[in-house]
Design a protein around this ligand. Structure first.
Ligand code: EPZ
Length: 432
């Protein structure tokens, strides 16, 4: 098992590079199952979640070639013959549930394991299931699996309304609707960049989708879709994470350049909140230059669906607030109790109290390095950020959580001046 060891105090300087988006690459891979023939997806990040999903796709008889280090995959579902997604793989990565819509759309049937919860609580899939039922799928639960069958062998167009707005459910229903017979209307659809990119790739394959980027999608089902080459977009959450890193540990007056980024994908709320901290932002095409202020201002935020403040940046923002002098709070409106990082930040001296769905932070306190435990992807990267500004050494344990969503993060940060290294360790070794 690996840990990251960070010695705080080094300034972040120079350049950082954003990888391809994890949360977009995953549904783009599922889209590859909707056609007969090679679908090439480039700018794929080299992450644990990608290799897990690759295995899920290969279970169906589809082939996946290309190496993650080339950041390109070729999916060929010509020989897809097993419309299943087994628990052993789905339990590792809930986005595998996209297989339900993809297999139903492509074959008219699917047997997909229900995804479990995650570190911070239940992750329901009722909207996915109800949405696909509205397209004529007969769905039952059997021994932890969702067993689905399209009446008559093919999904039918239908009307679906998502309450609340759901990225995953919107994409899963879309995967079914594009090959259904007839028109579907998806209301209160999610408009996150992940959804827009899926629509654009599907449109390039011949799907007929109107309203892309709006909360109402009109889909005219096609009989077949064509193989295509598509380029994944940059990871907006990695961009936001690096911008926060630069704001808290950059040298005032000396910009940090973050390359291969798309700031549009962060949404206006994050960019406005970031400006209000006093950090400088200069957008130069796909390069974002961030300059740390002499003193960070505390800016309270409330997470929301796009273009609101991303919930996936909530933990990282808390570290920025811990450095800023003054009181502030973060209200998490998407997920109950997405605060597993708070007890770990407490151990470092961060004064933060969870009250219901918000965390109240008294910033400017001394932050000390120590050993802390990763619990989930975004919580673990917030511990790395805290280690960068802490006094002394911080050991972030169980860093496999972080490897799910950040490509070679220690190499990227070390190349920008941070004292960070990856170390193997035996978690159960006797400490004496
Ligand atoms: C996606 O998850 C992302 N994951 C999450 O990122 C992200 O936090 C989330 O969207 C919100 O932006 C991937 O893209 C793989 P939702 P998803 O359905 O699709 C409720 C990360 O760190 N809901 O938009 O599962 C749900 O409980 C991960 O990269 C239902 O009630 O999120 C939540 O409160 C973490 N019923 C809200 O909707 C459902 O059937 C939004 O969830 C589905 C969701």
């Amino acid at each position: 098992m690996d840990k990251l060891v960070v010695r705080g105090g080094n300034p972040l300087t120079g350049d950082l590079h954003v990888s391809g988006s994890k949360n977009t690459a995953l549904p783009l891979m599922a889209i590859g199952l909707l056609t007969n023939g090679p679908v090439t997806i480039s700018h794929i990040p080299d992450l644990k979640d990608i290799s897990t999903f690759r295995k899920v796709i290969e279970v169906t008889g589809a082939t996946v070639t290309g190496s993650p280090s080339d950041h390109q995959l070729i999916i060929d579902a010509s020989n897809l013959n097993r419309p299943e997604a087994p628990y052993e793989l789905v339990k590792r990565m809930r986005a595998s549930f996209y297989m339900l819509g993809a297999l139903l759309g492509r074959t008219g049937q699917a047997r997909v394991s229900l995804p479990g919860g995650c570190a911070w609580g239940p992750r329901p899939v009722d909207l996915h299931i109800e949405g696909l039922k509205a397209l004529g799928a007969e769905i039952e639960l059997d021994a932890g699996y969702v067993v689905a069958k399209a009446t008559g062998g093919r999904l039918l167009g239908g009307r679906v309304r998502f309450e609340p707005s759901s990225v995953g459910a919107t994409i899963n229903v879309l995967l079914g609707a594009v090959l259904a017979r007839g028109e579907s209307i998806l209301e209160n659809a999610a408009i996150e960049p992940d959804v827009v990119e899926c629509c654009l790739m599907l449109q390039k394959m011949g799907a007929k989708i109107d309203g892309i980027g709006s909360r109402t999608l009109h889909v005219q089902g096609s009989d077949t879709l064509n193989p295509v080459s598509y380029t994944n977009c940059p990871d907006r959450i990695e961009l936001g994470t690096f911008m926060i890193a630069a704001a808290i540990s950059g040298i005032p007056g000396k910009p940090v350049s973050i390359h291969h980024a798309n700031p549009e994908h962060l949404g206006v709320s994050f960019m406005e909140s970031f400006d209000r901290t006093g950090a400088g932002v200069e957008i130069d095409g796909s390069t974002i230059r961030v300059t740390a202020p002499e003193e960070l201002r505390p800016v309270s935020v409330r997470t929301d669906v796009y273009p609101g403040f991303p919930t996936d940046l909530q933990a990282q923002w808390t570290v920025l607030l811990a450095k800023a002098h003054g009181n502030s709070k973060v209200l998490e409106s998407i997920y109950p109790d997405r605060f597993k990082h708070i007890p770990e930040l407490h151990r470092m001296g961060v004064n933060a109290i969870v009250v219901g769905d918000e965390v109240v932070i008294e910033g400017g306190k001394r932050i000390q390095g120590t050993s802390v435990m990763s619990t989930d992807l975004r919580a673990s990267v917030s511990l790395v950020l805290a280690g960068m500004i802490a006094e002394g050494e911080t050991q972030i344990l169980r860093v496999y959580h972080l490897d799910r969503g950040y490509e070679r993060v220690e190499e990227k940060l070390a190349a920008a001046g941070i004292d960070i290294k990856r170390v193997s360790y035996d978690e159960w070794a006797d400490p004496n």
